[in-house]
Design a protein around this ligand. Structure first.
Ligand SMILES: [Zn+2]
Length: 266
């Protein structure tokens, strides 16, 4: 929760761009499965925050090799998707990495000028002892992590520890859960405080029903994360899940041509 006085003077525009999809069933998306064996497809997004003459990208998607390996449908790269809303990945200065899973950091080569904002604990997690376990490492691509470590040594990674302000009206908040260092992004918009949940909640239903997604490092932290996001956002409708096709029902398309591809969150 925030007091009225905390509100920054200006607001940002926020966009979601879909770059990939896969077919899936309900029982894949909840711990303990689901009694209704129905289709529940998954969308993959990157996000953009625009305002004050600057742009922040959130996550970088994956590449064709990831799609082939994991049988996902890559529809467009992160860079191609962002180009559809007029954002040039090649010159982007700041990219927030919510976590280091293959589908959130795979395309980071598409942002050659950017520095990457990540949590201390996520890098420690992705390079540490838990990565010796298939049950935990299977959503990481070791090649992406190795490349990311090279970016650390190249001085292109900005580390954050817990809550951090990036600019007036944009802040990062580590919630953990899905991965140890997962962070969500809080943005001040014309609609109020909006939270990009990324995989703190894959679907609206995970958070609203408190039924956690089964790819999870710490279930307790994941549920605490749902509650934390509710404190950070000015309403549940301003918490944007990381993989839910229903995002396109809740927010308007950027244009008719981009229906089902890019929507404006605020
Ligand atoms: Zn994801």
């Amino acid at each position: 929760m925030t007091s009225f006085d905390d509100r920054p003077a200006f607001s940002y525009e926020v966009y979601a761009v879909k770059y990939a999809e896969r077919d899936a069933r309900r029982n894949e998306h909840f711990i303990g499965g689901d009694p209704h064996d129905a289709s529940m497809p998954m969308d993959y997004f990157v996000w953009a925050i625009v305002g004050g003459g600057r742009t922040w990208i959130v996550d970088t998607g994956f590449e064709q090799s990831d799609a082939d390996e994991r049988k996902r449908r890559l529809l467009r790269t992160a860079a191609d998707g962002l180009a559809l809303i007029g954002i040039d990945a090649a010159s982007a200065s700041d990219v927030i990495i919510t976590h280091l899973h293959y589908d959130h950091v795979g395309g980071f080569d598409q942002f050659p000028m950017a520095r990457f904002h990540v949590q201390d604990r996520e890098v420690a997690f992705a390079t540490g002892r838990h990565m010796t376990t298939r049950a935990i490492n299977h959503s990481f691509n070791a090649h992406h992590i190795a490349d990311f470590v090279l970016a650390v040594h190249g001085g292109r990674v900005v580390f954050h520890d817990g809550d951090a302000d990036l600019a007036p009206g944009i802040s990062l908040h580590r919630v953990g859960g899905h991965t140890d260092g997962l962070q969500v992004v809080r943005v001040h918009t014309a609609s109020g405080w909006l939270v990009l949940a990324s995989d703190a909640s894959h679907y609206y239903e995970n958070m609203r029903a408190e039924r956690p997604f089964p790819v999870v490092f710490d279930v307790g932290a994941m549920v605490d994360g749902y509650r934390r996001m509710r404190e950070l956002a000015d309403g549940d409708e301003l918490i944007v899940p990381g993989h839910d096709p229903a995002v396109f029902e809740h927010f308007p398309a950027v244009s008719d041509e981009l229906t089902g591809i890019a929507c404006r969150l605020a």
